[in-house]
Every structure is written in C-alpha cells, then in structure tokens.
Ligand binder design. Sequence first.
Ligand code: CUA
Length: 167
Amino acid sequence: MPERPAKPGTTVYLYELAWILPSIAIPVGMLAALTVTAFGAGLHLPGVEGRVPAAQVAQTAPFDAPGVRQTGPGRYEVVMTSQIWAFAPNEIRVPAGATVTFVATSKDVVHGLLIPRAHVNVMLLPGQIARVTATFERPGEYPMFCHEYCGIAHHTMWGKVIVEPRS
Ligand code: CUA
C-alpha cells in the first residue's frame, strides 16, 4: 500500500519570519511616516499652481514685477524669480509674525528655494509656478539658499528674509 503524500508544509521557519516581518513592517512604517508628515507636519508636494512660458517669465505677470507686497493684516506675498545665480528679490523685509506666501519660478534652469529656519523647501522649475507659505515668528535673519545645483556659481545663489521686530 503506497504511503499517502505528506500534507503541504505549513511550517514557518524562524529565518523566514525574520525576512517576512520586516518586509511588512518597513512599508507600513513608510506609510505611517508619509501620513504623519502630510497631515501632521503639513509637508506637501508642489501642486499644479500654473505655468508661464519659460522663455518669457520676465515679461509675464506677476513675474514681470518681482517684489514684496502686503495682502492683508500680517500677510504678505513675495513674487520671486530665480535665475543664474540670483533670486529677485534677494532681500525681503517683513515684520515679525508675518505670514508670507512665496510665488516663485525660474527664468532659466532648475533652481530651488530653501529657507531652513522657516521650513520652506521647494524646487523652482523653469516656467512652473511654485507657491509656498511660511510664518516668520521671530525677528532676525532667515537665510535662503538655492539648493539645486545650477551651475558654476550655484554656491553664491542666496539671499535672506529680514524679519523686523514689531513696533
Ligand atoms: Cu540656483 Cu543653485
């Protein structure tokens, strides 16, 4: 009489478990990190804010007149262009507590706008409009940097936000 074939094994060996568990835990952990940063820390990807013709940024509103303007009590808008190797404007003055929305793009190559002390970190693509809002609570200087390598003088591409004490 032939022996019955053994039932398919259901044994999970420890070394298999040692691979299975992290392969579940790591994606779950990443998803949790994404959820926390998106909803808790307020980080987000650039949205579709609009485009202007990359070659005509300087002639196209609002980028034909870069600068700072007040849009309400304690609220400011900075229309900013970037080009090799400068931001315009590259010195911005606002009072402490100001909420500032940067509307920015690039005239030529890929640049970036990084203001570490204000949690501003956005890429500036030619003709693509980036919009990012930050609140500047404490008086002082907030350096802003280009953080995308944009050529030989990339390291000189920086400016600052000067936050003045409230009078
Ligand atoms: Cu602009 Cu680096």
